[in-house]
Design a protein around this ligand. Structure first.
Ligand code: AMP
Length: 177
């Protein structure tokens, strides 16, 4: 039986720039039973990990992130582009498949002994999630996992994140080769 989540994933060629095969998950968001199944499958590997906070990466880590946090009984912490968060922040720079940027979290968002799960919709090279993990650690918290809806396996973000955070579990609901 085909995976209904994989079937709902849409690939848009040459977006936002030529050569990028963009993974569009909006059909999953638009269907309540697919959305619920996606959050269940994001939750399952971390259900017993003692997660206290899900750190969701702007913008598309905000789609599943709060629902995942709620289902884990955890809080949600947004990692945002610079200048968006109102209180005192810490910042990390990173490079990605199509550009370079930075992320911030509130400096007081992860009080000890926080156990954070880093989440985004898609992992490509892993640079963005690596920056989020550095933020979590600088905030004084432990990174207990990396959680993605889609892994672009050919870009090997998994290996990049293993180098950044040795021994930290990496899970993706769907894998694209
Ligand atoms: P990276 O830092 O290379 O892992 O890039 C991950 C970030 O870029 C995430 O926020 C993804 O949502 C987004 N991204 C990169 N490549 C793609 C792609 N082919 N389709 C959808 N989103 C992508």
């Amino acid at each position: 039986v085909a995976d209904p989540l994989a079937a709902a994933l849409r690939t848009i060629p040459d977006f936002p720039t030529p050569g990028i095969q963009f993974k569009d998950i909006t059909p999953v968001l638009a269907d309540p039973s697919l959305f619920s199944e996606a959050v269940d499958r994001l939750k399952a590997p971390f259900a017993a990990a003692g997660v206290t906070h899900v750190v969701g990466i702007e913008s598309r880590g905000f789609w599943f992130g709060p629902a995942l946090a709620e289902r884990l009984g955890a809080g949600f912490v947004p990692a945002r582009k610079p200048g968006k968060l109102p209180a005192a922040t810490i910042r990390e720079h990173y490079s990605l498949e199509y550009g370079a940027d930075a992320l911030e979290i509130h400096a007081d968002a992860l009080p000890a002994p926080a156990r954070a799960l880093v989440h985004d919709d898609v992992v490509a090279t892993g640079g963005t999630a690596a920056a989020a993990a550095r933020l979590v650690r600088r905030a004084g918290a432990e990174v207990v996992g990396f959680s993605f809806f889609v892994e672009l396996a050919f870009l090997d973000g998994r290996a990049r994140l293993l180098r950044e955070a040795e021994g930290v579990p990496f899970r993706a609901v769907l894998r694209v080769d």
